[in-house]
Design a protein around this ligand. Structure first.
Ligand code: CA
Length: 234
């Protein structure tokens, strides 16, 4: 049985904690040089040599960032970016040969996250990529910090000054809802709609009890009462 191993470098890397980058560039020397340099920096790197292949790969896997050349065969970088943005928010660093203001505006309008003008310095590329990945990770973090109080919405756990605090399930969802709407006054009826089953309305004081318990556990100033309106986390 014959198997084709020519594409082996593009197989998913089993070490998933690596940052994974997709390089889309048709100049073979630049592509292989960049791929090698990024791997030496510790990134897992997949490559594509034309726009169609690049778009296909960018849509089929979770990349931490995509480095995308503008001038590409089969489908140019703008087209790749526009199609990719319809389904994914993967950070994209565009490579352009022209330092034209028109290109910068066009790229940002289309949803590029950053730019590098060829020829560029490798150190500059690494720095831009790190910044891009850091920024995008920050947007998807599952932790909400309110002063000393930290709500980890992935683990559904809460800490005050780094110490874990036990909450009931109802207390937790109430806190999370207010934290996600931080700065807004959330009305009592909204809270009832979102947090309680329809048959729960017999207990009119329930909400106040949960709020009171949260204040005891997390600090009295955390949740403000807006008289006649509802509650608010500033
Ligand atoms: Ca090119």
């Amino acid at each position: 049985m014959q198997r084709d191993f020519t594409d082996l470098t593009d197989l998913p890397d089993p070490t998933d904690n690596l940052m994974r980058i997709l390089l889309i560039e048709d100049e073979a020397d630049l592509l292989s040089g960049l791929a090698r340099a990024l791997r030496e920096e510790g990134y897992a790197v997949d490559t594509a040599a034309d726009g169609e292949e690049g778009l296909y790969k960018a849509q089929s896997a979770e990349y931490d960032a995509v480095v995308l050349d503008v001038m590409l065969p089969r489908m140019d970088g703008w087209e790749v970016l526009r199609s990719l943005r319809q389904s994914r928010k993967t950070p994209v660093l565009m490579l352009t040969a022209r330092d034209a203001a028109r290109d910068r505006v066009r790229g940002l309008d289309t949803g590029a996250d950053d730019y590098l003008v060829k020829p560029f310095d490798l150190g500059e590329l690494f720095a831009r990529l790190r910044a891009l990945i850091r920024r995008s990770a920050g947007q998807t973090r599952n932790v909400i910090e309110i002063g000393e109080v930290v709500v980890d919405t992935a683990a559904r756990s809460v800490f005050v000054s780094g110490i874990s605090v036990a909450l009931t399930a109802r207390e937790y969802v109430l806190l999370e809802f207010l934290a996600l709407h931080r700065g807004e006054t959330v009305t009592r009826s909204t809270l009832y709609e979102h947090l309680f089953d329809e048959d729960d309305d017999s207990l009119s004081n329930l909400l106040d009890v949960h709020v009171s318990n949260l204040r005891k556990k997390l600090g009295h100033e955390l949740i403000a009462t807006r008289r006649g309106h509802g509650y608010c986390i500033e």
